[in-house]
Design a binder for this molecule. Structure first.
Ligand code: HEM
Ligand SMILES: *[C@@H]1O[C@H](CO)[C@@H](O)[C@H](O)[C@H]1NC(C)=O
Length: 483
């Protein structure tokens, strides 16, 4: 046959296929009636453009905010995905109880830990994996291990004193990640990584872990290829990676096999290592960023710092004593400051896409089973119709009359809600209270060349929210120990 004829046929077939696909997605797809940019309805490259190519990367969550302004509360954000922004609908999306919620398969594609509960697509498999861990993260379980957290706070304060003696500047965001990693590794494996013991607070290691977040948007596209590269090659390609894999090898193949609640195929070592990796990554940088945000805003606003220190001085008359989590939880201004930090810092801008086995009705739209839907937790916490001047750090907003506080708490979802909400919330709160209270009580500090837009605010979605790539960290100078 004539080769020109053959290739023309092939080309023609491809064109017909593409044109039909585009027409289907625009006019016949079950979501064709949902408002949104036509390009997003046709191709996932629309999302990829904002997340991968639009500087500084990870920008679709911001773009979607703009789109809600033009298209309303429900938009088609990808061929088979919608985002709803409606405060009264959040708990139907992130539902608990008897409502089943599956994770949308496409949205675990960038995930390096397929065996984890966070990557479990089906509702039932997720329940199975999660229920074996739930008891370890209840409030009672956290309280039983409070002394372990206190001992890490003690080490942190010793390290801070060292920086004071040497008159050295410290990047508190690194110190906080080092601390939260030491806590979560001890908590999960019974054996801490002791990152705080090293002079640089193990900055080399933390840099690599953070680098892992930075690559999320690329991994979303190319994960299937990246997975084929053996760790030894990655380790060889960069000394930083080598440090990381050494740690991972030694520490991730741990003793969780002992968990007898799980069926045999679920206690395979690789699966547990996946679970461990998620606990470590989800449980460290998030809490660390929340802590660094508290320190930043307290030092940036002398008023806030004074009020915190007055409250803490009354609760902890002797700076060298330690107070319990339950004592601290009862302090109103500290509580307001912690809430404000969790609200303003956009810690998890990642779109958590779920699907349902039943149709989901939102206003006049009926979303068919299998359609992916989400609502942005971060944008909900910055919604101007709920929070006046949402980008202003203002603990006082939590200290109005009980009714208005109750209303705010109804909308307060930093840990998301329902079946897929954060498992580590109780641990995170214990850390936030114990760490921030003790260091603010014990040290006078000042910021060292910190710019909020560059170093503190979340500007990129990298699963967790990251500050700009130019960030120099949250550097502080420790002035003196307080009496
Ligand atoms: C301030 C600190 C934290 C914040 C703001 C936070 C926030 C969140 C959010 C919003 C989710 C839901 C993600 C989604 O829907 O896809 C989540 C899930 C998760 N978080 Fe946290 N988290 C924090 C601390 C922790 C800690 C300390 C741990 C330690 C164990 C942890 C472990 C997890 C895990 C394992 C999941 C997945 C749960 C599942 O799929 O069932 N987080 N977190
Ligand atoms: C959210 O984060 C997960 C885990 O890192 C990733 O697999 C997923 O692709 C992200 N979702 C989106 C929509 O970016």
């Amino acid at each position: 046959m004539n080769p020109i004829f053959t290739s023309s046929i092939c080309l023609l077939t491809a064109v017909i296929y593409l044109v039909s696909l585009i027409l289907y997605r625009l006019y016949l797809h079950p979501l064709s009636g949902v408002p949104g940019p036509r390009l997003a309805a046709v191709t996932s490259w629309y999302e990829t453009y904002y997340d991968l190519f639009k500087a500084p990367g990870g920008q679709y969550w911001n773009k979607l905010d703009e789109l809600h302004n033009s298209y309303g509360p429900i938009i088609r954000i990808n061929t088979n995905e919608v985002q709803i922004h409606d405060p009264e609908f959040y708990t139907q999306i992130y539902a608990g109880g008897s409502t089943k919620r599956n994770r949308y398969a496409r949205s675990v594609s960038g995930n390096g830990s397929p065996g984890s509960m966070a990557s479990a697509v089906s509702h039932d498999l997720h329940r199975l994996r999660r229920s074996s861990l739930n008891p370890f993260f209840s409030k009672a379980a956290v309280l039983r291990l409070e002394e372990r957290i206190q001992s890490r706070v003690r080490i942190l304060c010793e390290r801070l004193s060292g920086f004071l003696e040497r008159k050295e500047i410290i990047d508190i965001s690194v110190a906080m990640t080092s601390l939260t990693l030491d806590i979560i590794t001890e908590y999960s494996f019974g054996e801490s990584w002791n990152l705080m013991d090293r002079d640089d607070l193990s900055y080399d290691f933390i840099k690599v872990m953070r680098g892992g977040f930075e690559t999320l948007q690329i991994r979303k596209l190319f994960n299937s290829v990246i997975k084929l590269i053996p760790p030894s090659v990655l380790a060889w390609s960069s000394p930083d990676m080598k440090v990381f894999f050494e740690f991972k090898d030694v520490h991730l193949h741990f003793q969780l096999e002992a968990l007898d609640r799980l069926p045999k195929e679920e206690i395979e070592t690789q699966r547990l290592a996946d679970e461990a990796l998620v606990l470590i990554t989800a449980g460290s940088e998030t809490t660390s960023r929340a802590l660094a945000t508290i320190i930043y805003h307290a030092l940036e606003n002398p008023d806030i710092c004074t009020k915190l220190q007055q409250e803490l001085d009354a609760a902890i008359p002797d700076a060298n004593t330690e107070v319990s989590y339950s004592t601290l939880e009862a302090l109103p201004y500290l509580t307001a400051t912690i809430r404000e930090s969790l609200r303003i810092s956009a810690l998890v801008p990642n779109r958590s896409l779920l699907t349902a086995d039943q149709p989901l009705q939102y206003k006049q739209w009926s979303l068919k089973p299998g359609t992916a839907f989400c609502m942005s937790t971060s944008k909900y916490l910055l919604d101007a119709s709920i929070y006046h001047n949402p980008t202003v750090f203002d603990p006082e907003r939590w200290l109005g009359d009980p009714q208005s506080t109750q209303k705010l708490l109804h909308h307060f979802v930093p840990f998301s809600r329902g079946h897929r909400g954060c498992i580590g919330m109780n641990l995170a709160y214990a850390e936030l209270y114990l760490v921030s209270a003790h260091i603010i009580r014990r040290f006078d500090m000042r910021l060292y060349d910190v710019i909020r837009e560059r170093d503190v605010d979340t500007v990129r979605d990298a699963f967790i929210g990251l500050p700009s790539a130019e960030s120099k960290g949250v550097r502080i100078e420790i002035i003196q120990k307080r009496k």
